[in-house]
Ligand binder design. Structure first.
Ligand code: SF4
Length: 403
């Protein structure tokens, strides 16, 4: 790679790292083996999950970090004193193809600051995807960030070439958007999400291609005083009304020469982690936002324990539950039992009365679950009588339990 392109790549890969909507960019590094089976050590390479659950390496970059907007929380804002760079469409196409051929990546995650106009920027992003598909025969994964104000025609074309489109909401309240991102409008973003939802549904009905992996968004956490409950309420609406595939939570990171309206410290990283766990409970475990929030205080999740355990400890009268007779919905609420383990339990109990050893075979979380479960050979004391339960179940630092 020539040195000018390499310098641009360094700037624009670094500028893209704040976008969490391509998940797990903090994945551990894998070194390429000598047969060249892939590497995560290259500049701008992150991991993400495709809708069918595969973990893929993506080239994650911005087309440019120049931007007309001045969102206070963003390192690329107009007034920021950062080094700027801009790729041409052909440079991004060439880089993607070169990385793909070397087996470094399986796809591209492309976002951009807004230059000239929303339509111009969107057209440039769309052209990268179009050229990759039509001129290079690129069959890898493409995730394009879209600009809410861009014309419907450009979004339609972007959806034709990309696998997933996303529009970042960034802040859940209109008040915070007005204060920290004065050029953005929550109503415009939501309207764009609504149109995207309709396009995706229509294309499915008509069996034509339009963003087959759906749409996603990112919400920044800790840049304003929005509570976890309000953030989760927003996510619930986005999943329900706009049919988003994923909401990504990105802990605010302080930036140089930041506005006085921003906190000087980032939120605890565990807050992001707890929000992801709560999001999982909303989507797959039948919990409502109010139930999840009730596990914490003042609308904030308990940072010391996961939200499912927090709910169980506040509803001890609902436990222990009998694995051999409880409804599936109640089993899903048992700390330590994941969705897959519950499905295995429900299948297995049709054939025999389950014992604690059986649960240990069916679930890796039996240690945590046993205080909340009755099996054929295990009858724990009522959880209401176990005053030390929380202390016994809180994991030592750095070993946070995931359900
Ligand atoms: S529009 Fe995007 S890139 Fe531009 S300042 Fe706002 S968040 Fe940053």
């Amino acid at each position: 790679m020539d040195s000018a392109l390499d310098a641009k790549l360094r700037i624009l890969a670094d500028a893209a790292k704040y976008d969490a909507s391509c998940a797990s960019s903090g994945a551990p590094k894998r070194a390429a083996d000598k047969n060249g089976l892939g590497s995560t050590t290259g500049c701008g390479i992150c991991h993400s999950y495709t809708p069918d659950g595969r973990c893929v390496s993506l080239l994650k970059i911005l087309l440019t970090n120049y931007c007309l907007f001045d969102c206070a929380y963003c390192v690329n804002r107009r007034s920021s004193n950062v080094r700027r760079a801009r790729f041409t469409v052909d440079e991004v196409v060439a880089l993607t193809v070169a990385f793909y051929r070397r087996n470094y990546i399986e796809g591209l995650f492309l976002s951009s600051g807004i230059i000239r106009s929303p339509d111009y920027t969107m057209e440039q992003l769309m052209l990268v995807a179009k050229k990759l598909r039509c001129e290079q025969g690129f069959a890898g994964y493409i995730h394009l960030k879209t600009i809410p104000e861009a014309s419907p025609d450009l979004i339609e074309q972007a959806g034709l070439w990309a696998d997933r489109l996303s529009i970042n909401l960034e802040l859940s309240s209109e008040r915070s958007l007005r204060a920290l991102a004065p050029e953005k409008r929550g109503a415009t973003i939501r309207a764009a999400m609504g149109q995207m939802r309709e396009r995706i549904a229509l294309a499915r009905e008509e069996r034509r291609r339009f963003s087959p992996a759906g749409q996603s968004t990112q919400v920044i956490v800790g840049a304003d005083d929005t509570t976890d409950q309000a953030v989760l309420q927003t996510s619930d609406t986005l999943y329900g009304s706009y049919k988003l595939k994923r909401v990504y939570y990105s802990a605010f990171s302080p930036i140089p020469e930041a506005s006085a309206a921003l906190p000087v410290k980032p939120p605890p990283l565990r807050r992001e982690n707890r929000l992801y766990q709560a999001d999982w409970l909303l989507r797959y475990y039948g919990f409502s936002v109010a139930e999840i929030a009730a596990g914490g205080k003042n609308g904030m999740l308990d940072l010391d324990i996961d939200p499912k355990l927090a709910w169980a400890l506040k509803h001890r009268d609902r436990f222990p539950v009998d694995v051999n007779s409880a409804e599936r919905e109640m089993l899903l609420r048992v700390p330590g039992l994941g969705k897959r383990a519950v499905d295995r339990i429900v299948t297995a109990r049709r054939h025999a009365r389950l014992r604690l050893d059986d649960i240990a075979r069916l679930s890796a979380g039996v240690k945590r679950a046993r205080a909340f479960l009755i099996t054929a050979d295990h009858h724990p004391a009522a959880t209401t009588d176990r005053l030390d339960l929380r202390e016994r179940l809180v994991p030592p630092p750095r070993q946070l339990g995931l359900f």
